[in-house]
Design a protein around this ligand. Structure first.
Ligand SMILES: [Cu+2]
Length: 127
């Protein structure tokens, strides 16, 4: 019995360490590195605060872009939502309201002044 308890205790601490940094995704759109962070370890049904950082190899953070997020359930095309992200410091923040558990695809679209929209996509599994 004692042994099982320690195994569970070990698993608990391991998962704490694994998720300590929260949900983080890094993707490339051409010359721009897009870094997405969600304040929760695992995205949840309900509100999730998302921050998007756009990094340009030579120039650092891009702070003059327009950023929009579209999120939808691939299995249910009717469940599709759009939100604009608000520039704050070096990043852009938005709230994803995930209406139900399951897989959501998130399109992050951004537009720098005088340029076309660029896009990256990532998936979350809301619990
Ligand atoms: Cu759904």
């Amino acid at each position: 019995m004692k042994k099982i308890f320690f195994v569970f205790l070990g698993l608990f601490f391991m998962s704490t360490v694994v998720y300590a940094t929260g949900f983080d995704v890094v993707k490339k759109a051409g010359d721009v590195t897009v870094r997405i962070s969600i304040d929760k370890d695992v995205p949840v049904v309900g509100k999730n605060n998302v921050s998007v950082e756009l990094l340009n190899a030579g120039e650092g953070s891009i702070t003059d872009a327009e950023v929009e997020l579209t999120y939808f359930m691939p299995a249910m095309p009717a469940m599709k939502y759009e939100t604009a992200a608000i520039q704050k410091g070096n990043s852009y923040t938005a709230v994803l309201g995930l209406a139900m558990a399951g897989q959501w695809n998130v399109d992050v679209r951004f537009k720098r002044p005088g340029r076309k929209f660029e896009k990256i996509t990532f998936s979350v599994n809301a619990k």
